[in-house]
Design a protein around this ligand. Sequence first.
Ligand code: ADP
Ligand code: 5GP
Length: 185
Amino acid sequence: MSERPRLTVLSGPSGVGKSTVVAHMRKEHPEVWLSVSATTRKPRPGEKHGVHYFFVTDDEMDKLIANGELLEWAEFAGNRYGTPRAAVLERLEAGEPVLLEIDLQGARQVRESMAEAQLVFLAPPSWEELVRRLTGRGTEAPEVIERRLDAAKVELAAEPEFDMTLVNTSVEDVARELLALVDVV
Ligand code: ADP
Ligand code: 5GP
């Protein structure tokens, strides 16, 4: 059997449940290492610097990009997001599985730079359910929700680019499937 990929990218439209699924998986399997991204977005209530994101200013993001410190980065719905390179490479060099939760543009960049990465798409059970989840989360203003739903149409159309799709009907089921894919030893 060939060696399994060590780097897994989880993508999917905003509101589909990526954070929920990953949090559920890590509650039972804290050993799964998730990259903490840098973002220029403001923290939502309860989000902690260094845990959910590294919350940075525009200037700080400019520097991270200019210094080549990001493995990939993208602008999403008015904010910039990027994956710190060093922490990911350290884990991979130590032979440990790495999980990235990033948008479609980031997933494409990772596919270009790391051919061995496996790309997993998290899909909603339906468009109506995606709208319900994104709106029901209650964390974004109506115009931000609109931007995210516009982006969601593009992301859903790109599903065939991914190595596999998981449909987020049940958080428990998807968390279990994802754990198997991440290949924790
Ligand atoms: P993402 O990280 O993809 O933007 P979230 O994890 O924040 O999405 O989930 C968006 C909303 O959908 C949250 O309110 C979450 O509780 C809810 N949610 C996530 N997964 C499910 C599911 N399988 N069934 C019902 N609601 C879900
Ligand atoms: P949110 O603002 O809802 O936390 O994230 C918005 C989008 O940005 C989501 O699709 C999320 O996966 C993506 N994202 C989070 N971190 C990164 C990152 O480091 N790089 C890229 N390209 N996208 C990211």
